[in-house]
Design a protein around this ligand. Structure first.
Ligand code: ATP
Ligand code: MN
Ligand code: MN
Length: 306
């Protein structure tokens, strides 16, 4: 009796917890990257990503026809994602509840990818209590024409200022133009306190160094400076999640860094979805152990140093 022949899976195709349709569809036309390659990246990175993107309200950047076509920022479940993408009712300003999305499994994450998602953005809260922030994020947004050296030096200034008031921070390349400097928080302060603190800090930084920073919203007022986007720190605002892909040329990803690595990294789109393996290896390295973790609170107005 002949032995059963067992075919190996094609090497490139990792096992995904969700069936991905149209794997061959090119969604990053500049670099011929397919939906299948994106799904493989997310399947590989899911265990690293879920501690951050999981169990918090998320918004998705979906580009069902690829990044060069129309993309949309989706907060609610307009159609059914099925059971793996879960719902959380959150009260809106006008006192009625809306169903926001969250995921807590690789199945949920890959379902979003199957539905055309490229980017995952998260609120600064976990689903257990959406009124208490678990992070402050300073989104360092360079004006057109500023090089990465300016972004890097701004990020280090934020690190030092926040350290001087007792907050440990962690940098992340956005995969776009800038860096996010994040201070994790033990959820205690409510959104009013968080927003007020972030706004006052941004204004103080801009006042101390008006040559390099502005906290003013209009793009026309940037004049070659870094915009300190403190508005990530309000109820309902999101920031791109660690390890999320970006819908930008070449499929870059948002990548956590150590401050040491920040000294030498060349650009915010340094890592792409082709680096899944390297990112997974880095995540367990000494340089990144403890990244994004600190038991600390938002300084209150009473003991402010600003
Ligand atoms: P970059 O480094 O290029 O600035 P970024 O992710 O910080 O990348 P921003 O344009 O500064 O991009 O946006 C900051 C955050 O605002 C995003 O990470 C996202 O969570 C949120 N955001 C972006 N687009 C929208 C949108 N259309 N609606 C609501 N929020 C958005
Ligand atoms: Mn930004
Ligand atoms: Mn911004």
């Amino acid at each position: 009796k002949p032995e059963a022949v067992v075919l190996e899976k094609p090497a490139a195709q990792l096992s995904s917890p969700v069936a991905i349709r149209n794997r061959e569809r090119v969604i990053f036309p500049e670099s011929s990257i397919t939906k299948g390659a994106l799904a493989d990246y997310f399947a590989q990175i899911a265990p690293l990503m879920l501690p951050w993107a999981g169990s918090r309200p998320i918004s998705l950047v979906r580009c069902t026809q690829g990044r060069a076509k129309k993309c949309f920022f989706q907060k609610h479940d307009a159609e059914s994602f099925g059971d793996a993408v879960r719902h959380i009712g959150i009260t809106e300003k006008v006192c009625h509840e809306e169903a926001y999305l969250y995921i807590d499994t690789p199945e949920g994450l890959l379902t979003c990818v199957q539905m055309g998602t490229i980017e995952f953005h998260g609120w600064g809260v976990r689903i257990e209590d959406v009124e208490k922030a678990d992070r402050l994020v300073f989104d360092v947004d360079p004006d057109e024409g500023l090089d990465f050296e300016a972004v890097r030096s701004a990020a280090f200034q934020f690190r030092d200022i926040l350290a001087s008031i007792g907050l440990a921070t962690f940098p992340m390349l956005t995969g776009g133009k800038g860096v996010h400097v994040t201070a994790p928080l033990t959820p205690r302060a409510d959104w009013a306190e968080i927003k007020d603190f972030a706004h006052r800090l941004a204004k103080a930084v801009a006042q101390n160094d008006p040559e390099h920073f502005t906290a003013a919203l209009p793009k026309a007022q940037r004049n070659g400076r870094i915009f300190v986007d403190y508005l990530r720190n309000q109820r309902g605002a999101t920031a791109v999640m660690p390890y999320s892909a970006r819908a930008r040329p070449g499929a870059p990803v948002a990548a956590p860094l150590s401050w040491k690595e920040m000294e030498t990294i060349d650009k915010p789109s340094h890592f792409t979805i082709a680096d899944g393996k390297a990112l997974a290896k880095r995540a367990t390295s000494k340089a990144l152990s403890g990244w994004g973790r600190a038991d600390q609170s938002c300084p209150t107005f009473e003991n402010r140093h600003l």
